[in-house]
Design a protein around this ligand. Structure first.
Ligand code: ZN
Length: 384
């Protein structure tokens, strides 16, 4: 019998995804990922220094040093930091340490818009470095001193990174994706750091089993506690009226609002209803370009509310934001998703509080779990 074929690029050995061309096997799973690969001999510039223009908080400082210490001891790290803790800052010392010794550093994330946001921030911290971003339509230059990239592009870097940081490990499309996880593992030559505000038990177990350690930071950068969500019981029709009342209240207080709906169709229906009464809102599109315009208008106060699916559960920070979760008992809302959504509120210095309202017929385990999780983070701050 023929020896089992294992794809050298992604490690796939499932025969359903293996094809034959002139009798030779090839992998259908990673076939679309066939672009050029990075040059492993690429030389990182000398004397690159971290030049932060603002201080880390006391706790960020402790965690950042701890992470660096673990990496020096060849350990992998999972940083579990609440939303608003300033996760990126926690790896700067480690990045600086690796670059100083001419090693290859990468910062990967599942989402392209995060890559686009992150690249200038990292460049600001390491002004003399060539900080490049690599994503789908942007992959002409793939070598640099620091490479910020989507997880899809990791296939270009087999056994390349001495330090690879992976942000948002529980975000779509990375989560539960065999191919992307495989690209990630195969691109790590040295050690890795995973970042998440809501790691699953499995994530934690996996990193521990892989000579890793979990480091936590439950304090937000501005030191205030996370707003605790509030459950408000409604009926199938009264939920519309409730939403309306909240919007009216926030409008009077001049506070911007996100209304999360579990599905696009529910979002459209709710937005249609709300539009009878309020004319200064929008239903956020799943198309990236249109979404950007909506968010910009919202930030400029042209819109006072946005109805959105979970697409805005991460990444966007708006001063004084209030959040309503419509039909919060829907099966699509996991505990982690609800914690991420609640994490949108109270992120700005001087505006650290706000409402997170779970509107639903029932308070289910995910809602209770999310509330308890946030209370646990807040309590841990009192103990310290
Ligand atoms: Zn493959």
């Amino acid at each position: 019998m023929k020896e089992k074929y294992v794809c050298p690029v992604c490690g796939n050995e499932d025969s359903r995804y293996i094809g034959y061309s002139n009798g030779s096997p090839y992998c259908r799973l990673c076939l679309p990922f066939s672009g050029k690969k990075a040059d492993r001999d690429f030389k990182v510039k000398e004397n690159i220094k971290l030049e932060l223009s603002y201080p880390l908080s006391e706790k960020q400082e402790i965690v950042a040093k701890k992470v660096k210490e673990l990496l020096i001891n060849k350990r992998n790290v999972l940083i579990h930091a609440v939303t608003g803790a300033g996760k990126t800052e926690l790896v700067y010392y480690s990045m600086a340490y690796y670059i100083k010794t001419g090693l290859h550093v990468g910062f990967a994330t599942p989402r392209r818009d995060v890559v686009v946001d992150l690249q200038p921030r990292i460049k600001e911290a390491f002004p003399s470095a060539r900080v490049i971003s690599v994503y789908g339509s942007h992959s002409t230059v793939i070598e640099g001193d620091i490479i910020v990239l989507t997880t899809h592009q990791l296939y270009r870097y087999p056994s390349y990174f001495d330090l690879l940081i992976l942000d948002e490990i529980d975000a779509f499309p990375y989560k539960d994706n065999f191919l992307l996880k495989s690209f990630f593992r195969r691109s790590v030559k040295g050690n890795y750091v995973l970042l998440s505000a809501t790691p699953s038990r499995k994530d934690i177990e996996e990193v521990k089993a892989d000579s890793g350690e979990v480091v936590t930071l439950f304090e937000r950068y501005h030191k205030a506690k996370m707003p605790v969500p509030q459950f408000v019981k409604t009926g199938p029709y009264s939920i519309y009226v409730r939403t309306l009342r909240y919007l009216k209240k926030y409008e009077e207080e001049s506070k911007p609002v996100f209304v999360f709906t579990p599905t696009i169709s529910e979002g459209k229906r709710l937005f249609g209803f709300l539009s009878f009464f309020f004319h200064n809102g929008s239903f956020v599109s799943s198309k990236e370009e249109e979404r950007k315009i909506d968010i910009q208008k919202f930030k400029n106060h042209q819109f006072s509310f946005l109805v959105t699916t979970s697409i805005l559960e991460r990444g966007v920070t708006v001063r004084d934001l209030q959040v309503i979760v419509f039909n919060a008992d829907h099966a699509l809302y996991t505990q982690a998703a609800l914690v991420q959504i609640a994490g949108r509120v109270g992120r700005k210095i001087g505006a650290t509080s706000g409402d997170v309202i779970f509107l639903a017929e029932e308070e289910n385990d995910c809602q209770i779990g999310a509330i308890e999780e946030i209370e646990k983070y807040n309590q841990s701050l009192e103990v310290l």
